[in-house]
Design a binder for this molecule. Structure first.
Ligand SMILES: Cc1cc2nc3c(=O)[nH]c(=O)nc-3n(C[C@H](O)[C@H](O)[C@H](O)COP(=O)(O)OP(=O)(O)OC[C@H]3O[C@@H](n4cnc5c(N)ncnc54)[C@H](O)[C@@H]3O)c2cc1C
Length: 332
């Protein structure tokens, strides 16, 4: 047991150049640590993960707990949850933060259960109250309320945070920190699930949370075929494509593109919104968009009221029109 207060950020380094969520949470942890005189620590498991440990130090971690072993080459939720809760029992962090990536969403509840503590999922903000307790801000009751949740009795205070919620600190080459290498525990259980094969998904939408231009489409696009026009437009504008929940449920685009309470938080310089009504569960993730252009048949749609430019028109026609105009410009 150590006496200093520690804030832990569990490091999900898969798709590192596309998913910066660990760095984003480290940035917020640094702010919280200053308020509470705590030490920011990253925790990374894997095979040859030393380079990542250095990167986390350059982005705000003062300590990095590393378990580096060939047995951890392939992510396995059972093993990783066991390792994280074993280390947390040993070092007793006050706070444990995890990115709400697919893997983070799997591991966090398991670790919370093993540590017999609470967990707030999908936080959209984190703060510290006057007594040093973590204030976990998350949408609740279907997104109709924003709840501030504290964990008064058990430790660590655990939360998952959606990618894109916070902005990472600039890389600091001169930053120094301590790497604490730990061996695989001898009592590590053999995982019951074996990964036979894994391959990278070649989707265009992986960078949506950091893209400067995002094009989002909703049910108003009409069909899967018409929705595809947004991908053409995105290609011409070097933009990324996001979507509302009905669109993802209808399989017009993959889950990775979901923007909103249950998906990604985005912060583009320009957001184009086509055929989207503007339900709170969607718009909660748009607060950091700098300039919004909305196209909707209904002038009274909430999305139109949020927009800097609101175009009352058919979303398909506008999309096709912009594509034609851009192609003409390229040709000329
Ligand atoms: C717990 C919970 C979590 C949720 N999480 C999310 C989330 O993360 N993300 C999310 O997006 N939703 C989420 N939802 C769903 C959310 O409440 C809305 O149902 C959803 O965002 C609506 O999607 P939409 O705007 O595409 O569809 P609709 O609400 O059906 O709106 C379609 C819009 O298109 C317009 N339109 C129709 N035809 C045209 C046309 N030809 N041209 C132009 N405009 C047209 C209409 O006027 C309308 O405004 C969640 C709901 C719950 C209960």
């Amino acid at each position: 047991m150590i006496l200093e207060k520690q804030i832990w950020v569990w490091a999900d380094y898969r798709n590192y150049f596309h998913s910066r969520v660990t760095l984003q949470i480290l940035a917020r942890a640094s702010v919280l640590a200053k308020k509470n005189n705590a030490v920011v620590c990253a925790v990374v498991f894997g095979d040859r993960v030393d380079a990542y440990a250095g990167e986390y130090i350059a982005h705000g971690a003062q300590k990095v707990y590393v378990i580096d072993d060939p047995a951890l080459k392939v992510y396995n939720v059972e093993s990783y949850a066991f390792l994280l809760s074993t280390l947390a029992r040993q070092y007793a962090p006050q706070i444990l933060l995890i990115g709400a990536t697919r893997f983070g969403q799997e591991i966090a509840p398991r670790v919370a259960k093993q540590l017999d503590t609470g967990l707030t999922a999908d936080c959209i903000d984190l703060d510290m109250d006057d007594t040093g307790r973590l204030v976990q801000v998350a949408p609740s009751f279907g997104g109709n309320l924003i709840a501030k949740i504290i964990t008064p009795h058990t430790r660590p205070q655990m939360a998952t945070v959606r990618p894109g919620t916070f902005q990472e600190l600039p890389h600091d080459d001169d930053a120094t920190g301590e790497k604490i290498r730990r061996p695989l525990p001898e009592n590590m259980p053999k995982p019951r699930v074996r990964c036979l094969k894994s391959e990278l998904q070649q989707a265009r939408v992986r960078k949506i949370e950091t893209a400067d231009i995002v094009i989002t489409g909703g049910r108003g696009m009409g069909s899967k075929g018409k929705f595809k026009k947004l991908l053409d437009l995105a290609y011409l504008l070097n933009a990324e494509v996001g979507a509302t929940r009905p669109v993802v449920y209808a399989d017009w685009i993959s889950q990775e593109a979901l923007v909103g309470q249950a998906g990604k938080h985005i912060r583009p310089k320009v957001l184009f919104s086509f055929g989207i009504s503007g339900a709170i569960q969607h718009t909660a993730a748009l607060a950091d968009a700098r300039f919004i252009v909305a196209v909707n048949k209904n002038p009274n749609a909430t999305m139109m009221k949020l927009a800097d430019v609101a175009l009352v028109a058919d979303a398909n026609q506008v999309c096709s029109g912009i594509i034609r105009a851009l192609k003409d410009r390229i040709r000329n």
